[in-house]
Design a protein around this ligand. Structure first.
Ligand code: SF4
Length: 403
């Protein structure tokens, strides 16, 4: 059997493939399914997609062949079906590809984790095949997949609410592969949502960059990586508690300063526009930056913002979406560039503007703008059987009471 394999992050016709598409190519190879960059002689088109914002691109792909979508974006499957996908594979594609090989595409389309026009209530499969080799990412780093999903459950995080947690079951094989990569002089990285979830990962050669939690750093001491990412998420202590990622301002500032003193550059990942956000939350972030400047004579702090976007599996998905984060972003920018906030040791990456955030939310939820603005709607993915649906409903009830 021969299939066309497309990574929708790249222009149609491109020969580039990200880590997920490389995994599909590897799995097909091991099963004896041939993959091609063009549709010629193929029985189906497999599309690897990291975000449902790619759904409209399906209209530019072959309509003569069955079009099957997988990848992280497929965890919000409904928009792909509306844009012409024959099937969307939720979760890991191992079972799907094995079924394609053993019984053909039509049988595989009937698997419970495939959304089709006639199955709007798919499950999410969690049987990832960790036996794959390291894949090379765009920037040339050799990346070994060691974990899927996340044991923490931040209230906005689709990865953790839509994907069952799984980790590599042969740490010794990971260590051997990692040492071989380092010996060959290549840069190494690990694909996981949190290194701290794998206690055995401490024995691996250090990656070029990594995300750490404050708790993990407190227990493990100074990391060997030069670039440290911290998923701070909420702008203030209140917002961090609200999304289930409680980090005190004092811990955040002191930990960052300690990392800088150890020669590390630090990046905080922050979410603008979380439900319930107010001016006070931004004021607290300004104070945190000022405290860091006072405490830290040398070193760089980058602030990377993304705009909150509802994702269907998460507790926050039912909260109303408003655009009032944008004037707050602008006033933060003015404070930083034109006022006392300025420092050439602080780097800013601002979030998406409301228009592009809305575009993404419409596709992720597959709901109307009015539904998103009013909140409460589950959209076209309401039938999907996400693995933590019961716990999610409980957190939603609590958040709606706290609001
Ligand atoms: S935001 Fe990070 S720590 Fe929180 S659930 Fe998602 S992957 Fe885990």
């Amino acid at each position: 059997m021969r299939v066309q394999l497309i990574d929708s992050a790249y222009p149609v016709g491109s020969h580039s493939r990200g880590v997920s598409a490389q995994w599909v190519a590897w799995k097909c190879r091991t099963l004896g399914i041939e993959t091609s960059y063009t549709a010629e002689g193929c029985e189906a088109v497999l599309v690897s997609s990291v975000s449902p914002v790619d759904a409209p691109k399906l209209s530019r792909m072959s309509r003569e062949l069955p079009l099957v979508v997988g990848g992280a974006g497929a965890l919000s499957p409904s928009a792909y079906i509306r844009h012409g996908a024959t099937g969307v594979v939720l979760g890991d594609g191992t079972a799907f590809l094995e079924k394609v090989k053993s019984e053909g595409l039509s049988s595989a389309m009937n698997l419970p984790n495939v959304m089709t026009a006639s199955n709007k209530a798919p499950t999410v499969d969690g049987a990832f095949d960790f036996a794959c080799p390291a894949f090379t990412s765009e920037e040339g780093t050799r990346r070994i997949v060691i974990g899927r999903g996340c044991k923490h459950k931040c209230a906005f995080c689709h990865t953790s609410w839509a994907t069952p947690f799984a980790e590599h079951d042969r740490p010794e094989a990971v260590a051997v592969a990692a040492r071989a990569i380092v010996s060959a002089g290549d840069k190494i990285g690990y694909v996981t949502n949190d290194m701290a979830m794998h206690p055995w990962a401490k024995t691996l050669p250090p990656s070029v960059d990594a995300s750490f939690s404050i708790d993990y750093l407190r227990k493990s001491g100074m990391p060997s990586q030069r670039q440290i990412r911290i998923g701070v998420e909420g702008l203030s202590e209140r917002l961090r508690r609200f999304v289930n990622k409680p980090i005190s301002r004092s811990d955040l500032v002191k930990c960052t300063s300690w990392l800088n003193a150890g020669g590390k550059s630090v990046r905080w990942f922050l979410i603008a526009g979380l439900p319930t956000e107010t001016d006070e939350d931004w004021a607290e972030l300004r104070e945190a930056v000022q405290e860091w400047k006072k405490l830290t004579p040398k070193g760089v702090l980058a602030l990377s913002f993304t705009a909150w976007c509802p994702d269907p599996s998460t507790p926050l998905a039912v909260m109303p979406m408003t655009d009032d984060y944008w004037p707050r972003v602008e006033s933060f920018r003015e404070w930083f560039f034109g006022g006392q906030g300025w420092s050439n040791r602080v780097k800013l990456m601002l979030p998406q503007q409301p228009e592009s955030r809305l575009k993404k939310a419409l596709l992720s939820m597959d709901a109307t703008e009015r539904q998103l603005r009013e909140g409460g709607a589950q959209g076209g993915n309401s039938g999907v059987v996400y693995p933590f649906a019961t716990a999610c409903a409980a957190v939603r009830r609590r958040l709606l009471c706290e609001k």
